[in-house]
Design a protein around this ligand. Structure first.
Ligand code: 3PG
Ligand code: MG
Length: 401
C-alpha cells in the first residue's frame, strides 16, 4: 500500500491511539463474544506496539447504539477477552473523551494497553464531528488506523483524527489493502469469484469492477434468483430485485463478451418457508414451484462449481450460496468452504457472513486470507476509495539512487 505504516514511526514511550474494529458478535442471552476473530486480527499491531514500549490506547465501536449509552454495548467484555489473549491486563476507560479519560491515558506506562469506551455512545462519532475528532486526538501523539472493517465510514475516529495527528496504517489494515488490492491488480489465473448473499444491489459495484478481471463467476445465494429471472427462469416466491434484473442481464452478456464463464445454478433446494422448520427439496432450476423459495444450491450445481474451483489458481468468495444460518440450507455453503480449505490455490474470503462460516467451521486458518471487512471489502473491491485509508499519510517517495 502507498501509505505510511506503524513501522515508519518511532513509537517507544509515545501515546499511540489505535482505531481497531472490535465490533464482534455478542450472544444476546449470555453477553459473551461468539466470534473473537476481529480481536485476534488486531494482535499483530497491538503486540508490535507493546514490544516497542508504546503506550497503547485502543478505540473501537461495538454495535449501533446510535449516540446513546447502551449497557449491553459496553466494551468491558472485549477488554476481558483481550486481556486473556495478551496475558496482560487491559484497562477500560469510563468513556472515550473527556478529562477523566485523559487522566487514565496519562497514567499509562510504556507497554500498557487501555481500551476506551464505545465510540458510538457519542452521536458525534458517526456525524464525523471535528470537535469530537479533536477531543480524541488530544489523547495521542500518533494515530494508527487498523480498523479495516470500518474504513468505509467517514467517522470522526476513522478519518477525522487524521487531520489532527500524524496518521499511519496498522499492520492489519496494510494486509487487507495489499491482499484485496492484489486480487484486483495481479491475480494468478484462472481467477474464479463466488458471489452469494441476499442482495444483488449490495454487490453490483463489486460485480461490475471484478467481472472484467475474472475467468469465471459462480453465482449462488439469494441474489441468484435475480440472475435466474434475467435468464428467463421462474423463481417462485424467491425475492427478485426487479430493478436489478436488467443489470444482471447486462452482466451476463458482458461476461460472455469478456470470455468469462458466468455459472448459474442448474438445480436448487426449494422450501416452503425460512422459519427453520420447513424442509427442502432439490429441483431443477427450470422447475421451481410457484409457491416455493430457493434456499440453497443443489448437488449438480455444487459439482459444477467445484469443477471450476478445482481448476482455479485464485479464488475470491463473497456471500453464502444458501441461507446458511439455517443448518439444513447450509449444505452448499459448507461444502464449498470445505473444498476451498483443501485447495492449493490462493483463497481469499470476503468478510461478513462468509467469514463467519469459515470461523464457525474452524477453517479460517486453512485459507489464504479471511477479510475482517464486510461492507469495507465490498467498497474496496468496487474500486472505491475508503475514507479511513485515504486520510492516512502517503508513503514517502524514496529518491532513486
Ligand atoms: C461492520 O461490522 O460492518 C463494521 O464494524 C462497521 O460497522 P457498521 O456497519 O455498523 O458501520
Ligand atoms: Mg456493516
Amino acid at each position: 500500500m502507498h501509505k505510511m505504516t506503524v513501522r515508519d514511526i518511532e513509537v517507544t514511550d509515545k501515546r499511540v491511539l489505535v482505531r481497531v474494529d472490535f465490533n464482534v458478535p455478542i450472544d444476546p442471552e449470555t453477553g459473551a463474544i461468539t466470534d473473537d476473530s476481529r480481536i485476534l486480527a488486531g494482535l499483530p499491531t497491538i503486540n508490535y506496539l507493546i514490544e516497542r514500549n508504546a503506550r497503547v490506547i485502543l478505540i473501537s465501536h461495538l454495535g449501533r447504539p446510535k449516540g446513546k449509552f447502551v449497557k449491553e454495548l459496553r466494551l468491558a467484555v472485549v477488554a476481558q477477552r483481550l486481556s486473556q489473549i495478551l496475558g496482560q491486563q487491559v484497562g477500560v476507560a469510563v468513556d472515550c473523551i473527556g478529562p477523566e479519560v485523559e487522566r487514565s491515558v496519562e497514567a499509562l506506562k510504556p507497554g500498557q494497553v487501555l481500551l476506551l469506551e464505545n465510540l458510538r455512545f457519542h452521536s458525534d462519532e458517526e456525524t464525523g464531528s471535528a470537535d469530537f475528532a479533536k477531543a480524541l486526538a488530544r489523547l495521542g501523539d500518533f494515530f494508527v488506523n487498523d480498523a479495516f472493517g470500518t474504513s468505509h465510514r467517514a467517522h470522526a475516529s476513522v478519518a477525522g483524527i487524521a487531520q489532527y495527528l500524524p496518521a499511519v496504517a496498522g499492520l492489519l489494515l496494510e494486509k487487507e489493502v495489499d491482499t484485496l488490492g492484489g486480487l484486483l491488480e495481479h491475480p494468478e489465473h484462472p481467477f474464479t469469484a463466488i458471489f452469494g448473499g441476499a442482495k444483488v444491489s449490495d454487490k453490483l459495484g463489486m460485480l461490475k469492477n471484478i467481472e472484467g478481471k475474472v475467468d469465471c463467476l459462480l453465482i449462488g445465494g439469494g441474489m441468484a434468483a435475480t440472475f435466474l429471472k434475467a435468464r428467463g427462469f421462474e423463481v417462485g416466491k424467491s425475492v427478485v430485485e426487479t430493478d436489478c434484473v436488467d443489470t444482471a442481464a447486462d452482466l451476463i452478456e458482458e461476461s460472455a463478451r469478456n470470455h468469462a464463464r458466468l455459472v448459474l445454478p442448474v438445480d436448487v433446494v426449494v422450501t416452503a418457508g425460512l422459519d427453520g422448520k420447513a424442509r427442502g427439496r432439490v429441483v431443477a432450476t427450470d422447475a421451481v414451484p410457484a409457491d416455493k423459495i430457493i434456499a440453497d444450491i443443489g448437488p449438480k450445481t455444487l459439482a459444477n462449481f467445484s469443477r471450476e474451483l478445482e481448476k482455479s489458481r485464485t479464488i475470491f468468495w463473497n456471500g453464502p450460496v444458501g441461507v446458511a444460518e439455517i443448518r439444513r440450507f447450509a449444505v452448499g455453503t459448507e461444502s464449498l468452504a470445505r473444498l476451498l480449505s483443501r485447495l492449493d490455490a490462493t483463497t481469499i474470503i470476503g468478510g461478513g457472513s462468509t467469514a463467519e462460516v469459515f470461523n464457525a467451521l474452524g477453517l479460517a486458518y486453512k485459507v489464504t486470507f479471511v477479510s475482517t471487512g464486510g461492507g469495507a471489502s465490498l467498497k474496496f473491491l468496487s474500486g472505491e476509495e475508503l475514507p479511513g485509508v485515504t486520510s492516512l499519510l502517503d508513503e514517502e517517495m524514496v529518491p532513486e539512487a
